[in-house]
Design a protein around this ligand. Sequence first.
Ligand SMILES: Nc1nc2c(ncn2[C@@H]2O[C@H](COP(=O)(O)OP(=O)(O)O)[C@@H](O)[C@H]2O)c(=O)[nH]1
Ligand SMILES: [Mg+2]
Ligand SMILES: [Zn+2]
Length: 302
Amino acid sequence: MTCTGSVWRIVANRYEVRTPEGVFLCAFSGKLRRARGVDVRPVAVGDRVEIEAGEGGEGRIERVHPRRSLLARADVHHPHLRQPLIANLDLVVVVQAAARPAVDWHEADRALVMAAAGQIPALLCINKIDLAGEGAAAVEAGIARYRAAGYPVVAASAAAGQGVGELYERLAGRSSALLGPSGVGKTSLLNALVPGLALKTGAVSASRGGGRHTTTWFERIPLPAGGDVADAPGVEVFEPWGVTRATLASCFPEFAGPAAGCRFSDCRHVREPGCAVKAALGGAVSRERHASYVRIWEGLRA
Ligand SMILES: Nc1nc2c(ncn2[C@@H]2O[C@H](COP(=O)(O)OP(=O)(O)O)[C@@H](O)[C@H]2O)c(=O)[nH]1
Ligand SMILES: [Mg+2]
Ligand SMILES: [Zn+2]
C-alpha cells in the first residue's frame, strides 16, 4: 500500500511517518540514499513523503516531496556535507533566557542567520523574564535592539505563564521549531503551550546524550489549535549551511536599507571605505548586531 504522510520524528534511526492510514516507522529506499547528493540524510523531520507501507506498522520512504523551507547546518564532522535538520517550517523560534543561563545575543544572531539561510521567518523569545533581576535593563535594551531590526520578540516566563499566550497566537496553525541552547526553557515553554504534555525538563537525559556534538533530532508536537512545534534537545552547535561572506549581510534585515548607500555594490560592511551600514552604527544598525555580523563573517571560509 502506498500512502502519503509527514515525518514527525526519528526513532532509533527510523522515521516516524504519520499518514491518514496510520503511523509507520520507516527506513528510506536505496534509491533515495543514492540520490542524496550533498545531504548526510535524504529525509528530514518535517518532510512530506510517499511511503510503501508494510506489515506491523513498518514502511519504506520512496519519495520526498519538494520542500518549502529547510533548516540545515554543515555536518559537524564533514563540513562540506549538509545536515538537514527540519523541513517545511513556517517559523523558527530562537530562544534565549534572560538569566540562568545568561542571554547570549551572539548565539541568538547565529540562530537567526540559520533561519534566514533556510528562508524561514524568525521570532526571538526571551524566556525566564522572571529571573532578569538586576539584568532587566540590559535585557530590555537587547529586546529593543531586535524589535528595531524588524524581528518580533516575545518576552516570556514559562514558569509564571507570561508571554505564553502571545507565543501561542504566533505558533497556532504553523509549523515551528524552537532553537536555542540547553537550559533556556524550550521544553518548559512547550509544556506551557500544550496543556497535559508534561515533557521532562531540566537535565538532558542520558539516552539523549549531553556532549557538545551529540546529534539529537527535532521532534514535532501538535498544537491543540492546529500547527506543530518542534524541539530538539541537542541541536546547539552549528555552522549555518549555505551562508557565505557574500550572502551573510542578507541575513541581517536591518542592513538592507543602509546598504543601498554603500560606495561599493559588493561592500561587505566590514572594512570597506564608504560603507553606509557602518555609518548607520548607533542609529538604524546597532553596534552589537554589527559586531556579531563581523564575528560570523570572520568565521566563514568564503
Ligand atoms: N524561573 C524560571 N525557570 C524556568 C523557566 N523556564 C524554564 N525554567 C527552568 O529552567 C530549567 C531548564 O528548563 P528546560 O525547559 O529543560 O530547558 P531546555 O533545555 O531549553 O529544554 C528547568 O529547571 C526549568 O524549570 C522560566 O520561565 N522561569
Ligand atoms: Mg529541553
Ligand atoms: Zn557597506
